[in-house]
Design a protein. Structure first.
Ligand code: KIV
Length: 267
């Protein structure tokens, strides 16, 4: 039985009815398992810079790398909506640059939409993308691509003024036509105020439980991250299990126990 494809209007319509479940994926196999589990929204996050490519931040990630991983994710998916996280400097330069590169995410990567970091400053680009048929997932609060300007990965919106500003940023993203909005690392009371102030679903990461949905980095969920952030919950311990399996293989090769008869043709 084929399950209908998740689209921007469908995700948007979940607000107030059903929590939005979102996960990051970087390859075909994990994307297929998420799709089979009924996860409606898959983000090919530029967190792949750290989770897969070994960088210290998202800043070195290129558009070509994002396209490569987006295409792999899309090959595993039939019904989830796949969003490409536009990497640093692939959309900040101009509205035209944002439009051209977002177009590549759909044409070459096969994505169903893109994510851009930033509120008011991004409104013109979001409007241009949406007007040209490209669904946009917004992202405010902690902006990892601005880590140098923010002075580190810090919780945002902690003062009254900063909280008020975040609500304005959220409204700007909504007015520009985004279908949903990621809220990263902010006090739960601020996330709640934003969630109540906008009509599009908010998807929290480190923003408490009042959001309309949640997103987690798949490596954090699986226990693959050595020093996970406070907001992450590991639902498995695959880091430990992977280390154990590698060591067991190493020992069996060294002792001659692998391959056994079962792994040998004609034995
Ligand atoms: O890159 C990423 O994984 C993200 C999510 C954490 C929202 O932007």
């Amino acid at each position: 039985m084929s399950i209908a494809k998740w689209t921007a209007p469908k995700i948007r319509s979940l607000k107030g009815n059903q929590k939005v479940v979102c996960l990051t994926a970087y390859d075909c196999t994990f994307a297929r398992w998420m799709d089979e589990a009924g996860v409606p929204l898959i983000l090919v996050g530029d967190s792949l810079g750290m989770t897969v490519l070994g960088y210290g931040s998202t800043l070195p990630v290129t558009l070509d790398q994002m396209l490569h991983h987006t295409a792999a994710v899309c090959r595993g998916v039939t019904s989830a909506m796949v969003i490409t996280d536009m990497p640093f400097m692939s959309y900040q330069v101009s509205v035209q640059q944002a439009l051209e590169n977002a177009g590549r995410c759909l044409q070459e990567g096969g994505a169903d939409g893109v994510k851009l970091e930033g509120g008011k400053i991004r409104a013109e680009s979001i409007r241009a993308l949406v007007d040209n048929g490209i669904p946009v997932l917004g992202h405010i609060g902690l902006l990892p691509q601005s880590v140098k300007a923010m002075g580190g990965y810090r919780v945002q919106g902690k003062t009254e003024e900063a909280a008020r500003q975040l609500i304005e940023e959220a409204k700007a993203v909504e007015d520009a036509g985004a279908f949903a909005l990621v809220l990263e690392a902010m006090p739960p009371s601020v996330a709640q105020a934003i969630t109540e102030a906008v009509s599009l679903p908010t998807i929290g990461i480190g923003a408490g439980r009042s959001c309309d949905g949640q997103v987690l980095v798949i490596n954090d969920l699986l226990g693959l991250t050595d020093k996970p952030p406070k907001f992450a919950k590991a639902y498995a311990k695959l880091g430990e299990e992977t280390r154990r399996a590698i060591a067991a293989y190493r020992d069996e090769v060294q002792s001659g126990a692998f391959p056994g008869d079962e792994q040998t043709y004609g034995a």
